[in-house]
Design a protein around this ligand. Structure first.
Ligand code: ZN
Length: 397
């Protein structure tokens, strides 16, 4: 039996697991109910399991029957602070939390890969590390798991790493896609508080008004992008939150805003925050205002190793057929903490279309209406297992 057909036989079980997880979406680094459900699903498999100390991660090591290298497979497990409006019958029972990014499918798919590989354990030349990760959505769960030793969980450093992300829109159901080199953006957070002196709205000359200066910063940041950075090494800045004042005739003491900054090369990632801070400080100074401004880098760019990308693409074409894989023309501007793993281990990350409707119009990941077709779970699990089997065989030479 092939992994592909074994995975098809597991599909009902994986769909049931995914829907259980979907009902209990948990946010952040502590996902106790999710962790418990996954441990139940892994129960009875020949795995060496370690639980995280500072996060509710699960690291599971499968020992192959023969010595060899180590391959890491990763699935993130956390949900988002979104109130679900998908209309699914297995909708979230927790108010204000939803698996709107499909990480419930990633978790179930990784359990599927563990089941498939455990059944072939004796034939494996080497070990497989299953990385069940909380806190992808901004908590750097991958970084914390690396700090707690996931890359050396088998006793040796991991030789290769793979992960995949499902998509509720953009790609047709069942379509795999990726690209060599930079796949996803680096991200950082800009936080600004412009400090003035409040007063009567009719007498701005007697006050120091923070609002016009803060507005100027918002537009100047966009000008900075086009005047400072190479158009072929792009930057995206979005001010996603802006708050000031209470009423039209009151000048407030301060104005606050936050922006997300995205970039694609290490050179630009290293400069963009400092440039943005400089623009904001300069405008505050020009208007005689004080400012508190910080920039925090978040995730680095997600970069696929060229060889690992070729290996993944060839594996998909071989297992599922030529038409199931498309190379992406451009990176996407989302970011991802699997980048932390790919900074340290040659590997690849890819996308799997899970759109149940027309990908051109379906609600995308993170939407309260996002829906994911879990019939792709068998193929997702089969691919992860296949990558481990083939990579271990290559490592064994
Ligand atoms: Zn996600």
């Amino acid at each position: 039996m092939s992994l592909h057909s074994d995975a098809a036989a597991l599909l009902d079980e994986l769909v049931a697991l995914r829907r259980d997880l979907h009902r209990i979406p948990e946010i952040g680094l502590q996902l106790p109910r999710t962790q418990e459900r996954v441990l139940t699903a892994l129960d009875g498999l020949p795995l060496e399991i370690t639980l995280g100390e500072n996060l509710s991660s699960i690291t599971a090591v499968l020992r192959g029957g023969r010595p060899g290298g180590t391959v890491l497979l990763r699935g993130d497990m956390d949900a988002l602070p979104v109130t679900e409006a998908s209309g699914e019958e297995f909708t979230s029972i927790l108010d204000g939390a939803m698996h709107a990014c499909g990480h419930d499918l990633h978790t179930a798919g990784l359990v599927g890969a563990a089941r498939l590989l455990a059944a072939r354990k004796e034939d494996l030349p080497g070990d497989v590390v299953f990385m069940f990760q909380p806190g992808e959505e901004g908590w750097d769960g991958a970084g914390l798991m690396i700090d707690e030793g996931v890359l050396t969980a088998s006793g040796k450093h991991v030789d290769a790493a793979y992960g995949l992300h499902v998509s509720a829109a953009s790609y047709p159901k069942g379509q795999f896609t990726a690209r060599p080199g930079t796949l996803m953006a680096a991200s950082g957070a800009l936080e600004v508080r412009v400090l003035g002196d409040g007063g009567h709205g009719s007498s701005p000359h007697d006050a120091r008004d923070p609002i016009p200066a803060a507005c100027e910063m918002v537009t100047a940041l966009q000008t900075m992008v086009t005047r400072t950075f190479d158009v072929f090494d792009p930057v995206v800045i979005t001010v996603g939150s802006f708050h000031a004042g209470t009423r039209r005739n009151i000048i407030p003491d301060d104005a606050v805003f936050e922006a997300t900054l995205r970039s694609f090369s290490p050179e630009v990632a290293a400069r963009v925050g400092e440039r943005a801070v400089r623009v904001c400080r300069g405008i505050a100074q020009a208007h005689g205002l004080d400012i508190e401004v910080t920039y925090e880098p978040e995730y680095p760019a997600t970069v696929n190793d060229a060889g690992a990308y070729e290996f993944v693409a060839a594996t998909i074409r071989d297992v599922f057929g030529e038409e199931r894989f498309t190379e992406m023309a451009d990176p996407i501007t989302g970011s991802e903490d699997f980048s932390r793993v790919l900074e340290r281990v040659p590997g690849a990350y890819l996308f799997l279309g899970a759109c149940p409707a027309d990908p051109a119009t379906a609600p995308d990941n993170h939407s309260p209406r996002a829906r994911f077709d879990d019939s792709v779970l068998g193929d997702g699990a089969a691919l992860l297992a296949e990558l481990a089997v083939r990579r271990l065989a290559l490592l064994a030479g």
